[in-house]
Write a protein that binds this ligand. Structure first.
Ligand code: RB5
Length: 147
């Protein structure tokens, strides 16, 4: 079955998100585009929460976000239980975010990567598996916080 991947961006990430939607289709995924739908200024948290909620509830296994730095989106997405949103600015970071951190949301800093770099980062993140082992213990410990 085709994997549905929710994807969203604010105005700073809009153009890149359009490019990534095309790339996801080309790779055989079904992107679920949750906006924004233009380069008009908008607030990033709502988009981050929409994508992260899909991962949190299990409606999707993983999701993709983009804003200018990637930071605001990651802050908001990481408030969701079970979501591990990683800002990846190069291929190596994307690979390690999967292998070591089991990142289930990829956040792209649109003002700091080219579209070509972002496509490479996307492909690496999509194709790299979590290593498990000692990393599984560490990832599990992320949720060990006092309520
Ligand atoms: C928008 O100007 C910018 O603040 C936003 O895209 C993002 O970088 C926030 O973290």
């Amino acid at each position: 079955m085709t994997e549905i991947i929710p994807i969203a961006a604010d105005h700073a990430g809009y153009a890149l998100k359009q490019r990534l939607v095309t790339e996801l289709r080309r790779l055989g995924y079904e992107p679920r585009d949750l906006g924004t739908n233009s380069a008009e200024s908008t607030d990033y948290p709502a988009y981050a929460h929409d994508v992260a909620a899909q991962v949190e509830t299990g409606a999707a296994r993983r999701g993709i976000l983009s804003c200018g730095t990637g930071l605001g989106m990651s802050y908001a997405a990481n408030r969701h239980r079970g979501v591990r949103a990683a800002v990846a600015w190069n291929d190596e970071v994307a690979r390690l975010a999967r292998e070591h951190n089991d990142a289930n949301v990829l956040v792209l800093p649109a003002r700091f990567v080219s579209e070509a770099e972002a496509v490479t980062i996307l492909r690496t993140w999509l194709e790299t598996s979590f290593e498990g082992g000692r990393h599984a213990r560490r990832v599990a410990a992320i949720d060990e916080v006092a309520e």
